[in-house]
Design a protein around this ligand. Sequence first.
Ligand code: VGL
Ligand code: ZN
Length: 210
Amino acid sequence: MMVNLPTEADALVIVDLQNDFCAGGALAVPDGDAVVPVVNKLARHFSIVVQTQDWHTPSHASFASSHGKQPFETIELFYGNQVLWPDHCVMGSKGAGFHPKLDVPQAQLIVRKGFHPKVDSYSAFREADRTTKTGLTGYLRERSVERLFVCGLAYDFCVNWTAQDGREAGFEVFVVEDACRAIDMNGSRDTARAVMAEAGCRFVEAAAIG
Ligand code: VGL
Ligand code: ZN
């Protein structure tokens, strides 16, 4: 599929391209660094660029250490099932910073998420309680955005939830697959792809955009 760009109604959403999700980070996504040059190039086509930043309190509810559990175990929290992660993206830490090679000075909005101590937020639109909004829908609507191009880390968690919620908010959503990498636990990559497709997301490669 080829996608013609740019239009003023298109926004690139760069999800969580942060040190902790890249090589040497606390929750490194396999091959996560590889998306950085792809994203840098892709971003040049867009007049609206938004970044998300996973931004947790110390002792956040999504951290295994907060529950005396091991990373990648799951637990029931008040809003439902939660995968427990190594401590990552603690607000203000180096790990929460953006990858040093990410070169998108034209990004206009940074949405921080996951900062409520008891609630996680994979989605850039809505926290895991499924009710608390981040404000991103309003921002995009006020800027007359119609199409979202989503890329970044991790394909099966924050990209996946952001893409689905983007659809639910009424946007056309394209997932730029070669600009994403997955954590891929227990087949979560394939599951995520199926769920995004079911939600009406479309899949593209970065080279097809321009
Ligand atoms: C993410 C797990 C925990 C992500 C964030 O960016 O996909 N995954 N926090
Ligand atoms: Zn997180």
